[in-house]
Structure formats: structure tokens, C-alpha cells
Ligand binder design. Structure first.
Ligand SMILES: Cc1cc2nc3c(=O)[nH]c(=O)nc-3n(C[C@H](O)[C@H](O)[C@H](O)COP(=O)(O)OP(=O)(O)OC[C@H]3O[C@@H](n4cnc5c(N)ncnc54)[C@H](O)[C@@H]3O)c2cc1C
Length: 1005
């Protein structure tokens, strides 16, 4: 049971006695530690000065850590000095005199090279504080010295997520080298009984902590089975060798998204006949996780099935900021406690449980917090355990006085010793700096802020935070309540086994329902008997996904007739009533979310995540426009002058044709429809030919949510016939269109022609394509940039209007980036979208397939193919392709392609990159990967697109947070999901009343 669900625990006599011992021990140890400070807090010159300042100035802390993060990517003194100025002197910041001056004069090349040298050296020294060596051989002397001082170690190879198979293989090979090297190397070191002997016999000296994220570049929470299988193939040989040579292997825990994969893999290994009697296997529990108690249950159950104990390293967790930010960004339930006191309380609770279960689980306590340590020591003391019955672990570079004291008290102290180069070490260094300088950090409170001992040893308050259900109920309540602020719907959390299983079941269920029948629906009456338009599932060319009836021109007339009669009644309903119905529509879509998602997986071959995001966006549009309509379309008074009342009101315009695309088959259709309806219009709904089934499902929900059937006819059919008839109809006063430039501009032309009998000027809300560029600057974080470009260019096979199709590389990074990009693109193996791990689905239909193949085979003059992947055969697969050109006006750099084709261009410098990016007819999205604040600012000012993204992919806009839409040939400047959008669907009226009668006005009285 975890803290989130455990009833409040009232202290009993044991608790009270334990607390007394914790306080006694804590004070004793604190006394013995007095006057000693960990190295980090003693650092000299700018390290010390700056660290001290950062703890008082959060903005400086952010800037300093960003500079540290960027350093390994900077190769020249000029670059280093410029970045240091841009970060540390940001917004006219005053630094301690010497430092500020030293930075200011770095415009001068000599000063720049001196400063660059000093900065690099300082950061290197700071990193060396936490990192034992570049590789195992270089680390040997430090490890041996530590051993000589009486400390054990566990070596970890620094490495964050890898972006291609070669990098993952290299990383695994480095672990293999470590396993080969360490046991032999340490065998001759002098004996140390406390380090060499544990409760169950001898302990291997070579202790290695495995980080799984870097062992496989495709790990994805949505596909734990695939991840576990691939990792098993990589990790099992390492473990066999470790067992043979005598090394202990611990599985580290990283981000929550990898938690399930790590635990499943560990379970497979722990029960594998080759390892089930092997005692030198361990894993981590992160106490900041709300489900940490379940993790311990799971490990206890696992240990009981084995013939040997397991080791558990209990830590609080190193990714707290990351988890909080990620869950906030995606709307997932936050996996970690939000209050530190809950993490601490959970740690203490787990400590007791671990020691109680010592027969099957060996405990290792990883903490630097004196209170937390003393709880472990006091519990052990009360259980009569001797030092050595459990282990204490600390990070190399932290809490040196504490570790020394604990060793002197006879405990087995193991140090976590990272090995790696400066580049891979930066993320680790920044995590350590963040941790040490956090307001709540025990080490900071104790050694920097010199907090009072009573405060340092105060027991954590264990009041239970909200559990997941309660959080969910509160969210649901907020969503129902139109008065509550808008919040984006959470995306499906694929770390949850229940979510994965439910979607897998829905995908299988939807497959059985194909082909879906799509009728024409007018005035609530469905007609199914006409000649059908067939759409095959892109996943399998031979399987029909949907069979749609096509509306005839007479039916268009009929639909217009009904809508014309009924729309005024809808218009005249109170705004709140229309908004409530749209909000209700959101709730209905939400309730049917799995089925709708599964339909898109088949009908449009949308991979799971993309399909889920599309449905979530549809729900968001409804909720957002319902709320926004009350803000933007409510009547209001203007002027405020005595003697007159000016009332401004909005009303619907009439009949709106919604002509929707297939690539966001629910979200865009729903967004345009909801906006038009809530503003008081009737909607003639014309779905894309490739999206009839999902559109019909939407239509059924809309009618069930209370939208009158007369004002919402459903008119599937070909664009050239049904769409064209609607656009040109004299009674259609508004057109909301999203699609190609060709069709969009034709609609604009037709809408401008006044036809006989037309009573209103037609308005067009028109979203068209893009030719979006991503610029990668020469100081960019290449791991992030490669992943971001792959996602932007090849997500949903490049079939998003926001997709990246031009990649502009700045200066010196070109060669390195292209080679990493090519390797990363090799992972884009085409597969059916029904597979949970699908990275590259087929394209939508035969026509797209043929068109894209033609471009790949004939890309135009002087286009060099630098990568072409595989193409499957069962569906409409097109291989991912990357070309390079030298001409910014090359057709590949100018024509919208709408498929998995990326074109690379090498720019001289950042300004040139911006100039090339802006050389396009389109202006929809764009992205820049850079760590130069000045370049980011330059991009904000001069990269002229509707949606600019900095240091993230150029796809994936969220309603409200990123109102979406472009200008130039990308659209008429309307921004869906943002302020002002609804106004395009409404007429504004003003009535002015003269309120003065015989010289007085009521406003004066
Ligand atoms: C040997 C060793 C190995 C480790 N291995 C791993 C590992 O594999 N995976 C991993 O994730 N971590 C690991 N850690 C833990 C991590 O790196 C931190 O060192 C540790 O969490 C710091 O905790 P503390 O008890 O020393 O310090 P404290 O200052 O008492 O606690 C700091 C911790 O509290 C938590 N916290 C901070 N603010 C909040 C808040 N507002 N709400 C809730 N919780 C909060 C965070 O976890 C933070 O790290 C390891 C630590 C050690 C010593």
C-alpha cells in the first residue's frame, strides 16, 4: 500500500520510541559532523561565488545551469565567451565585480580566450567533483583510493537517451568492457571485511549500476513488451558474463516512463533459470513515486519465487523536476509526490518495511539526508541488526563528511561512481547541481543555510495527499463546470498497463467492425442505399475500412433547406445553452475516447499516440470554444457615457459549410464545427473521403449532445462535387476549410463570386499547408535536435500540415548531425499503425502513395539522396527519405509534399538559416534548436511563421496553449484554438439607445 492510498497512520508506542532514537542518533551524528562541509559548498572562486549567488537568485541558477549544459557543444573561445555573456549578463544582471567585468570584456579575442579557458576549466572541475573518470581505466585510481579509504563503489556509465542503434550498441559494449575489467582489477585490492562480507556471504567488489535508457533508443512506454524483448537480448549476455566473472549488477531507475519496462525486464531476469539462484542482483525503488509501495510488494513477490535474495536500493529519486514538468505538459497524473515531506515520509515507511523483510531483500539506503539515514539506523538498531546487515550508499562528490563518519561507525558505505566524458556527464552534473541547490535539499539546508538541528531532524508530515481517483474526480468536476478555467485533456498515459490493455482491446474490437457503413444524414434521417465510396485501411491495401454513401446535389439542396429554416432558432438560444451543449459534446467524446482512437488507428493508420492526441484535441476544442464563447461572444456595454447605452452583441451568421481534412480526422472537423455551432450557426458537415467513419461517429455524438439534427446535416461525398456545391451555394454564408493550398485558394475564389439570390457576403476561415523548416544551430543539443527532427518530419509519416520538411543546419554541425540523423532514421521501420510500437505508418491512400514514390524516384535536379529507408508492402507504405540540396529555391525546398520526405540545406550561419527558412510561400510552423539566447530572440523576431517552436518539435500544438494557424499561403491568419477564432463565425451588432429624457438620464440619477 502506498502513501497515496494508505489511511492516516496514528503514531503508536513503537513509532514514538523509534522517533526518540532517531532524534538521539541525529543529534549525536550532527554533533560529530559539526564544522565539516562537503566539497561542493567549499568551492573556490567563481564556482563558489556563483553557486552561492544561484541559491539566492533562481533566475541566475537557470541561466548558469543552461550555460553549463551548453558548454560541451561549444568549440571556440568566441562561442564560449558569447554564450557566457548571453546567459550570465542577461537582462543587465550585475555579477560580483571581478566576474561581471571579466565577462563584459570578452568581446576582445584575448579576453575571450582567457575567460573561455577559465569557464571550461571550472565546469570541468565541477564535473570532476561528481564523475570518477572518463572511462573505467581512468577511474581505476580513484576507485582504488576510495577502496583504500574503506568505501565500496558502484560504477555507472554516464549516458542519457541514445538516438540510434549504433549509439545504443556502443553504450552496451562499454558496459561489457566494464564487466570484463572491474572484477579482475579489484581482485588484488586489499581485503576489507565490512565491504567484502554481507549478510548472505561474500559480496563482489565489482559493483555495476546499469542504465537501461541508453541501451535501446526505441524504448517507449506504449510498447513495454517490445522494449523488454530488445533489452533482454542486450542485457542478458552482460549479466551472464557478470555472473561468471563475479560482479554485482544493479538496475538503476530513471524516468517514470521507463519504470514498467525496467521492472518487467528485472522480473524476467530474476526468474530466468540462469539467474534465479544468483544473489548479486539488485534494483532501485524511488520513494518519490506514489506507487513505490506497490514496487516493494512486487519485489517481495518476486523474491519469494527465487532461490536467492535480491537487493533493493531505496532512494528518493533524481528526476523530480522532470516528472512534474512532463506530467504538467501532457496532463498525465503526476507520478511523484508534489511535497517533499511526502517523499520523506514514504522513504521512512519503506525503510521499515525493507528491514522487516531482510530475509528475502537486502536493503541499501541511498540518501545523504541525516534524518532519513538516522531512521534507517534507528530501525536497524531496534531490530538488533549490526552494521553490515544493510548497506548505506551515497553519490560520489556529495556529503563527504557524512560518508566518512558512517564508515567510522562501521557501516558498509558504497559510493555511486559515474564514469563518462564531459559531454554525457553534463546532464548528470546539472541534475546534481539542481539537487544540491534546491531549497528543500537536505545538504543545502544543513551545510549552506545552516538550518537548526530541530528543523533538520523534524519528522516529515505524512498527511496523505489526494489519491489518483480524487484527483480524477476533481478534474472531471472542473471539466463539467463551464465557469472553471480551461485545461487541456490529459493525453493517454501509456505508462499505465490498464491504458495500454484497454486501447489494445479497442483496436482489436474496432478491427472486427470494419467496414464501417457511413450514411448521408439529413434532418436526423440516415440514408445508406446509394453507391458507395470505399476507403481501404492504409494498414492493409486489401481491407476496406469504410464504405460511405455520397450525398447527391439534391440532398445538398434538401440539407440547406432544413438548415435554413431551423438555424434562427438555434441562433436565438441563449449563448449559455449552446455552450453547454458543446461542453456536453466534449463529455460524450471523452466517454467514447477509446473507440474513437481505435477507429483512427484503422481508418487513417494513425499510430496510437497520434490517434489519442487527435481525439484529445477534439475534446479540447469543444471545451475551449464553449468557455471562450462566454468570454468573447457575450453581450457587452461600450463607452460608458451618461445619456446613451451602447450594447454590443454577437450572433451567428447563418449556414456554415465545414469542409474537413483526413489527417486530423476528428480534431479539425470537430473544432471547426464546434466553433461555428457555439457562435450560433448551422453547420453543413462535409467530411474528407478518407475519414467518413470517424466523422459519422462524431456526428452521432453531436446529435446526442443536443445539437438539433436540422442544423447539422452530415454530407459525405467527393470534395469536387459535395464540397464544391456547398461552397458555391447562395445560402451558405460561411466556409470553414482545412486542406490543401490548391483547394483552399479555389474556395477563396469561389466564395468571392456573388451568385444570384445570395444575401450575405461569404466569409472563409481557411487553413492550408506548410513547408515548415527546422533550424539546428551550431550549439544545439544534438540528442534533442535529432529526436525532434525525426518526430517533426516523420511523425504520422509526415502527413501533418505542421510537419518539418526542410531541415536547415547551421555551420559546423552539418556532418555530425547528418550522420546521426541517418542512423536515427534507420529505426523508422514501416509498420501497421495497429502495432503499439509503430513509428512509421503507411500513407493515407493509393494516390498519396503514388505521388510520393514519384517524388522519391525523381526529386528534381541536383538533389542528393542521403537516406532512404525500407517500405513495407502490405499497406500504402512509403519509405522515409532524406535529400540534400544546395539551392533554397529547389522544388524540394518549396513544394508541399505531405509525406515522409525531408530535405536538408546547409546554411553559412544563423542569419542565413533564418533567411532560407523565410524563403517560402508558406508560413505555418517552424522550429529552432539553439542554446544561444541571442539566436533564440532573433528567431522570435525574424522567423516569420504562425507557430514558432524553440527547442522542441514543430508539431503537436495544443488548444489554448498554442493557438494554431499560419499566414502567407498557409492560411488567412485565423488561429484555431485561440482567442479571436470564434469572432470569425459571428456578426457583431451594436445598438445605441439615447437614454436622456427631458434633460435627465438614468445613469446620472
Ligand atoms: C547511491 C545512490 C544511487 C542512486 N540511484 C538512483 C537511481 O537509480 N534513480 C534515481 O532516480 N535516483 C537515484 N538516486 C537518488 C537521487 O539521485 C538523489 O540523490 C536523492 O533523491 C537525494 O535524496 P536525499 O535523501 O539525499 O536528499 P534530500 O534533500 O532529503 O531529498 C531530495 C529529494 O527529495 C525529493 N523531492 C525534492 N523536492 C520534492 C517535492 N517538492 N516533492 C516531493 N519530493 C521532492 C527528490 O527526490 C529529491 O531528489 C541515488 C542516490 C544515491 C545516493
Amino acid at each position: 500500500m502506498d502513501l497515496a492510498t494508505e489511511p492516516t497512520h496514528l503514531p503508536d508506542a513503537t513509532d514514538i520510541l523509534l522517533e526518540r532514537d532517531v532524534q538521539r542518533l541525529g543529534r549525536e551524528l550532527h554533533q560529530r559532523l559539526s564544522g565539516q562541509t562537503p566539497g561542493l559548498f567549499q568551492a573556490a572562486w567563481w564556482q563558489g561565488l556563483l553557486l552561492d549567488r544561484t541559491m539566492r537568485d533562481p533566475a541566475l541558477k537557470t541561466d548558469l545551469f543552461r550555460l553549463v549544459d551548453a558548454l560541451p557543444a561549444l568549440s571556440t573561445s568566441e562561442q564560449i565567451a558569447r554564450h557566457a555573456r548571453e546567459y550570465l549578463l542577461a537582462n543587465g544582471r550585475e555579477l560580483p565585480t571581478g566576474l561581471g567585468l571579466a565577462l563584459r570584456v570578452t568581446q576582445n579575442p584575448l579576453a575571450a580566450s582567457i575567460s573561455a579557458f577559465v569557464i571550461t576549466q571550472s565546469v570541468r572541475q565541477m564535473a570532476e567533483r561528481f564523475i570518477v573518470g572518463r572511462d573505467a581505466r581512468q577511474a581505476r585510481s580513484t576507485l582504488k583510493k576510495l577502496w583504500g579509504q574503506g568505501f565500496g563503489f558502484t560504477v555507472d556509465l554516464l549516458g542519457e537517451a541514445t538516438v540510434n542503434a549504433v549509439e545504443s550498441e556502443t553504450y552496451a559494449r562499454r558496459y561489457a568492457d566494464l564487466i570484463e575489467f572491474l572484477p579482475g582489477e579489484t581482485a588484488a585490492w586489499k581485503a576489507n571485511p565490512i565491504l567484502d562480507q554481507g549478510p548472505a556471504g561474500s559480496i563482489p567488489r565489482a559493483n555495476i549500476s546499469l542504465k537501461l535508457s541508453a541501451m535501446d533508443h526505441l524504448l517507449d512506454a506504449a510498447d513495454p513488451d517490445g522494449g523488454v524483448e530488445r533489452l533482454l537480448a542486450r542485457v542478458r549476455p552482460l549479466l551472464l558474463r557478470a555472473k561468471e566473472l563475479g560482479a554485482f549488477i544493479n538496475f538503476d531507475l530513471e524516468q517514470w516512463s521507463l519504470h514498467e519496462i525496467t521492472y518487467r525486464l528485472f522480473e524476467r531476469i530474476a526468474l530466468d533459470p540462469d539467474f534465479s539462484a544468483w544473489p548479486h542482483l539488485g534494483i532501485v525503488i524511488q520513494a518519490y513515486l506514489k506507487n513505490a509501495g506497490h514496487d516493494l510488494d512486487r519485489l517481495l513477490a518476486l523474491a519469494s519465487k527465487r532461490g536467492a535474495p535480491l537487493t533493493v536500493r531505496l532512494v528518493k529519486g533524481a528526476y523530480w523536476d522532470y516528472e512534474v514538468i512532463q506530467s504538467g505538459l501532457h496532463g498525465y497524473p503526476c507520478p511523484v509526490f508534489k511535497e517533499k515531506t511526502h517523499t520523506d515520509a514514504n522513504y521512512e515507511r519503506l525503510t521499515r518495511r525493507l528491514l522487516d523483510q531482510r530475509a528475502t531483500i537486502h536493503a541499501a539506503f541511498g540518501t545523504h539526508n541525516l534524518r532519513t539515514l538516522c531512521v534507517a539506523l534507528a530501525c536497524a538498531e531496534n531490530l538488533g541488526l549490526k552494521p553490515g546487515a544493510f548497506e548505506l550508499q551515497m553519490l560520489f562528490g556529495m556529503a563527504e563528511p557524512e560518508r566518512k563518519l558512517l564508515r567510522e561507525l562501521g557501516h558498509r558505505v558504497r559510493l555511486y561512481a559515474p564514469v563518462g566524458d564531459l559531454l554525457t556527464g553534463m546532464a548528470y552534473l546539472v541534475r546534481r547541481l539542481l539537487e544540491n541547490t534546491a531549497n528543500s535539499s537536505f545538504l543545502r539546508l544543513s551545510h549552506h543555510d545552516h538550518a537548526d538541528i530541530g528543523e533538520l531532524l523534524a519528522p516529515p508530515t505524512a498527511a496523505a495527499p489526494l489519491d489518483a481517483d480524487e484527483e480524477g474526480n476533481q478534474m472531471a468536476e472542473r471539466e463539467r463546470n463551464l465557469g472553471a478555467p480551461f485545461q487541456n485533456s490529459p493525453l493517454a498515459d501509456f505508462t499505465s498497463g490498464e491504458t495500454r490493455a484497454a486501447l489494445a482491446q479497442a483496436v482489436a474490437g474496432a478491427e472486427k467492425q470494419m467496414p464501417w457503413q457511413v450514411p448521408v444524414v439529413i434532418n436526423g434521417r440516415a440514408r445508406m442505399d446509394g453507391p458507395a465510396l470505399f476507403h481501404v485501411t492504409p494498414n492493409l491495401k486489401t481491407r476496406i475500412a469504410a464504405s460511405a454513401n455520397s450525398a447527391t446535389l439534391e440532398e445538398v439542396e434538401q440539407a440547406v433547406g432544413f438548415a435554413k429554416k431551423a438555424w434562427a432558432a438555434w441562433r436565438d438560444l441563449p449563448l449559455e445553452t449552446r455552450a453547454a451543449r458543446i461542453n456536453h459534446l466534449a463529455a460524450r467524446l471523452d466517454g467514447d475516447r477509446l473507440r474513437l482512437t481505435a477507429m483512427e488507428v484503422h481508418e487513417q493508420a494513425k499510430p496510437w499516440r497520434e490517434a489519442d492526441a487527435d481525439v484529445a484535441e477534439a475534446i479540447d476544442f469543444c471545451r475551449y470554444y464553449a468557455r471562450q464563447s462566454l468570454v468573447e461572444l457575450s453581450p457587452r456595454l461600450q463607452g460608458g457615457i451618461a445619456g446613451e447605452i451602447n450594447t454590443l452583441t454577437y450572433e451567428g451568421r447563418g449556414l456554415c459549410a465545414v469542409i474537413a481534412p483526413w489527417n486530423f480526422p476528428l480534431a479539425i472537423l470537430c473544432g471547426m464545427t464546434a466553433a461555428a455551432l457555439v457562435a450560433g450557426n448551422a453547420v453543413l458537415l462535409k467530411p474528407a473521403e478518407q475519414a467518413g467513419a470517424i466523422a459519422f461517429a462524431f456526428h452521432q455524438h453531436a446529435l446526442a449532445a443536443g445539437i438539433p439534427s436540422e442544423i447539422l446535416p452530415f454530407l459525405p461525398g467527393e470534395g469536387e462535387i459535395v464540397g464544391d456545391a456547398l461552397v458555391r451555394h447562395r445560402d451558405v454564408v460561411q466556409i470553414a476549410f482545412t486542406g490543401s493550398r490548391e483547394v483552399g485558394t479555389a474556395i477563396l475564389r469561389h466564395a468571392a463570386e456573388i451568385v444570384p439570390g445570395q444575401a450575405m457576403i461569404k466569409r472563409v476561415v481557411c487553413e492550408m499547408g506548410g513547408k515548415n523548416a527546422v533550424i539546428v544551430d551550431d550549439d544545439a543539443d544534438l540528442d534533442e535536435a535529432v529526436t525532434g527532427v525525426i518526430r517533426s518530419a516523420f511523425g504520422y509519416a509526415g502527413q501533418k500540415c505542421s510537419a518539418c520538411s526542410r531541415l536547415i543546419l547551421v555551420g559546423t554541425i552539418h556532418e555530425n548531425f547528418v550522420s546521426r540523423l541517418k542512423l536515427a532514421a534507420q529505426a523508422l521501420v514501416p509498420s501497421s499503425a495497429t502495432n503499439a510500437g509503430c513509428l512509421l505508418p503507411p500513407v493515407i491512400d493509393e494516390a498519396s502513395h503514388a505521388r510520393l514514390w514519384k517524388i522519391i524516384n525523381d526529386p528534381g535536379p541536383d538533389a542528393r539522396l542521403i537516406f532512404r529507408g525500407e517500405a513495407g508492402t502490405t499497406g500504402w507504405f512509403v519509405p522515409p527519405a532524406i535529400f540534400e540540396v544546395n539551392d533554397p529555391l529547389h522544388p524540394l525546398m518549396q513544394r508541399e509534399l505531405f509525406g515522409p520526405i525531408l530535405t536538408v540545406f546547409a546554411a553559412r550561419d544563423f542569419s542565413h538559416a533564418l533567411e532560407v527558412a523565410n524563403t517560402s510561400d508558406f508560413a505555418l510552423t517552424g522550429a529552432v534548436y539553439s542554446r544561444s539566447p541571442r539566436h533564440l530572440q532573433q528567431a522570435r523576431e525574424a522567423f516569420r511563421v504562425g507557430n514558432l517552436y524553440l527547442n522542441r518539435p514543430c508539431t503537436g500544438a495544443q488548444v489554448h496553449r498554442q493557438p494554431f494557424g499560419g499566414f502567407k499561403m498557409s492560411g488567412a491568419g485565423t488561429k484555431a484554438g485561440g482567442p479571436g477564432y470564434l469572432l470569425h463565425f459571428a456578426e457583431m451588432r451594436v445598438s445605441t439607445e439615447n437614454t436622456m429624457r427631458r434633460g435627465f438620464a438614468p445613469e446620472i440619477l
